[in-house]
Design a protein around this ligand. Structure first.
Ligand SMILES: *[C@@H]1O[C@H](CO)[C@@H](O)[C@H](O)[C@H]1NC(C)=O
Ligand SMILES: *[C@@H]1O[C@H](CO)[C@@H](O)[C@H](O)[C@H]1NC(C)=O
Ligand SMILES: *[C@@H]1O[C@H](CO)[C@@H](O)[C@H](O)[C@H]1NC(C)=O
Ligand SMILES: *[C@@H]1O[C@H](CO)[C@@H](O)[C@H](O)[C@H]1NC(C)=O
Length: 372
């Protein structure tokens, strides 16, 4: 029961907007003005720490942010704004929540277990989060917030774990974007500089663009953060050379009554294969597995009742890979009444009949002549 309520509680915290989790992997906790910030901390052993002392401090300040000692809590630096998670103590969590964070709360916090000789550091930074779909453009906002003209001020965009994304240097025109990965994919907004806006735009985002970015003004020693989430979309990733990405389906029209067969190389367990009509609606089908030339294949058969375009679609959700082969199906009954169905065969038939007629006429004439 306690575990259930804990699970429920933590999922609530994860989904509530304005609350942010981080961990001890060095990833900062990113918040906006007025958010509630959760600073995570644990011994990592999952043990009950109800009787283990811990304290939170902020680097560069004297007063303690939060202290815990066998049930007694205090928050001298931020009175009334810091709480912890009493129910989570038994699972080893010494995390705290700071309500209504203000810019001056930004900085490096330490979570200290004096009796264990363990200290963890976590950075609270101000920034925004941006979510885009893979392939869309993303605007990463950054501004000094003072509305002052920054046309003559250098600013530097970086992505965690990679090098430069974009540098605006007033002395170098046009601005350079030295990072290979971002070459020719990043723009700034020249007309916005006079309003203090150092935002950039990443054109056609890729999955690798996902991550935390920082925008730094060296002259002001100010850094702003943007957490960019690039949500993957299902698409053909053959060109990306992903291991185990299923190749294009092979499509066969088995008869002229609408029986279609699709063959997909069965190279990984998570492949799904479907027949779609022209509106991408899934058609009922029979699925079987077969060996073709000693290779495993997924065979999917369907029967269609109308002429038109049909696609066999192979999907691998894990890889966000989807690949399809489309074929035009012409049914027999419809072809009998369709004018274009006539043309080829009728023309050939008429041609043959005319040829036979001509031959017969010539033969007859020759026969008559020889009779005379
Ligand atoms: C900065 O400029 C971008 C692009 O025009 C815009 O989307 C963004 O809202 C601006 N930000 C501010 C704070 O004005
Ligand atoms: C994208 O980045 C966020 C942090 O910015 C991270 O939590 C998430 O796991 C990343 N997603 C992927 C698919 O890498
Ligand atoms: C059907 O799916 C294909 C491939 O995913 C897509 O390009 C196309 O726009 C879709 N068509 C409709 C009508 O949804
Ligand atoms: C079938 O698809 C082809 C190629 O995309 C297209 O040119 C054709 O018009 C389609 N036919 C029908 C009946 O939708």
């Amino acid at each position: 029961m306690a575990l259930l309520s804990l699970l429920f509680m933590s999922s609530c915290f994860l989904t509530l907007s304005g609350l942010t989790f981080g961990d001890q992997s060095g990833i900062p906790v990113i918040v906006k003005d007025g958010d509630d910030a959760i600073l995570p901390c644990s011994l990592g052993t999952n043990e009950n720490i109800e009787f283990v002392q811990f304290e939170w401090k902020k680097e560069g300040t004297e007063k303690k942010v939060f202290t815990y000692d066998t049930g007694m809590v205090d928050s001298p630096a931020l009175p009334g704004r810091v709480s912890h998670f009493p129910d989570d103590l038994q699972h080893g969590s010494a995390s705290i929540k700071i309500n209504n964070v203000q810019l001056e709360d930004g900085g490096i916090y330490t979570c200290d277990f004096p009796t264990r000789g363990k200290t963890f550091r976590i950075e609270l930074v101000f920034g925004t989060s941006v979510i885009v779909k893979e392939g869309d453009d993303a605007i990463l906002p950054c501004s000094l917030g003072t509305n002052e003209n920054i046309e003559s001020m250098l600013f530097d965009w970086k992505k965690e774990g990679t090098d430069h994304v974009f540098v605006y240097n007033p002395r170098i025109n046009p601005p350079s974007n030295p990072g290979d990965k971002f070459k020719d994919r990043v723009l700034h907004f020249p007309g916005e500089l006079e309003h203090g806006n150092a935002s950039i735009k990443i054109i056609t985002t890729q999955l690798e663009d996902n991550g935390t970015y920082s925008c730094f003004f060296p002259k002001r020693e100010k850094t702003f953060h943007v957490e960019l989430t690039v949500e993957p979309v299902l698409k053909d990733r053959t060109a990306e050379n992903i291991k185990d990405a299923v190749p294009e389906p092979i499509v066969k029209i088995l008869d002229d009554e609408g029986l279609l067969q699709c063959e997909v190389r069965d190279i990984s367990p998570e492949i799904t294969v479907e027949w779609w009509d022209k509106d991408n609606k899934t058609l009922p089908s029979q699925i079987s597995k077969e060996q073709i030339k000693n290779q495993p294949y997924i065979i999917v058969k369907t029967t269609v009742t109308k002429s038109g375009n049909y696609s066999c679609v192979a999907t691998q959700k894990r890889l966000n890979h989807q690949i399809l082969t489309t074929t035009f199906v012409q049914l027999k009954e419809e072809s009998d009444s369709a004018p274009q169905g006539f043309s080829v065969w009728t023309a050939i038939l008429i041609g043959v009949l005319v040829a036979i007629f001509v031959v017969v006429v010539i033969l007859c004439a020759a026969y008559r002549r020889s009779k005379r």
